[in-house]
Design a protein around this ligand. Structure first.
Ligand SMILES: Cc1ncc(COP(=O)(O)O)c(C=O)c1O
Length: 292
């Protein structure tokens, strides 16, 4: 809803929207609902984005990106995107659903991770992930916030977030910014390293399956399977072993890249990751047996 609010309020007829092709559905829908014309650029193709910006003649330009891409786990090149925004007098809207609370100093998110600070940044963070609640917030230049307060219909025409959420959020923010948050982030990083190393070994041991990893350093660690039915069968095989790993298929991800979306959390343990690896190894053994 925050993304719908942002893009419809800022993306009026005087604006153009430039959006990464792998952006989250809420950004895509916001851009489609906005009056501003939409141009999408292939994932991470900043050379093409640069050409699109150079051709653009509208007074307002909005570059829109996930900070951590929700289905691949990779980080947008935010420093390069901000440099383009500065060069072409554009705003940079950053959806940090998966960075807020996890990345950067004291969990302050992707902008802190890259040490970025600029009046051109419009930062959207969600509260349903690291903060453990629901809802979202926008942080930006006061002129943008004022514009949103006056014109963002999904914000204006709905009841405000309940006080209980605000109260719980104060507790979440204390946890995120404090020593316990630091420990959880360190633990999560160790799980990510463990999982990636073990998955790489597994993939190498069963090359005929054609599985591969994404170039992700975050808690989202998809295992690309390729075929839709194969991804579903693998998720079912894990489910039968008490492991819940959703199979994500087109249209959520591009055709031919069905995947298990493994999402680590600080609430997991090293033993949980090992259990997942054992489950995947069993499935890989059964599948290669069936293929042989
Ligand atoms: C990048 C991104 N933006 C926005 C959202 C929406 O957040 P919420 O589920 O809190 O509405 C999600 C996922 O749910 C997401 O992955």
């Amino acid at each position: 809803m925050a993304n719908l609010a942002l893009l419809t309020a800022l993306g009026d007829a005087s604006a153009s929207i430039f959006s990464d092709k792998l952006n989250h559905a809420s950004l895509i829908d916001g851009a489609l609902l906005a009056k501003a014309p939409l141009q999408r650029y292939p994932h991470g193709n900043l050379a093409l984005l640069e050409r699109q910006l150079a051709r653009c003649t509208t007074p307002v330009k909005l570059i829109v990106t996930d900070a951590v891409f929700s289905m691949d786990g990779d980080l947008a090149d935010l420093p390069a995107l901000l440099a383009l925004a500065e060069r072409f007098d554009a705003w940079l809207i950053v959806d940090d659903a998966h960075g807020f609370g996890v990345l950067g100093a004291r969990g302050r998110g992707s902008l802190s991770h890259f040490n970025l600070c600029s009046e051109r940044l419009i930062y959207m963070g969600t509260l349903g992930k690291a903060a453990g609640l629901g809802g979202a917030f926008v942080a930006a230049h006061p002129s943008i916030i004022d514009w949103l307060l006056q014109t963002a219909r999904p914000y204006i025409y709905t009841t405000a977030a309940p006080p209980a959420v605000a109260h719980a959020l104060s507790a979440s923010l204390r946890l995120i910014g404090g020593e316990e948050g630091e420990q959880r982030r360190t633990h999560l990083q160790q799980l990510i390293t463990q999982l990636r190393a073990q998955l790489a070994t597994l993939i190498e041991a069963y090359p005929t399956l054609g599985w591969h990893l994404c170039d992700s350093a975050t808690a989202i660690q998809p295992l690309i399977i390729g075929d839709n039915a194969a991804a579903l069968a693998l998720a079912a095989a894990l489910d039968a072993q008490g492991l819940w790993v959703p199979a994500i298929r087109p249209p959520t991800v591009p055709t031919g890249t069905a995947r298990l979306r493994i999402t680590l959390s600080a609430a997991h343990s090293a033993a949980d990751v090992q259990q997942l690896l054992d489950g995947l190894t069993r499935a890989a053994r059964d599948l290669t047996g069936a293929l042989a």
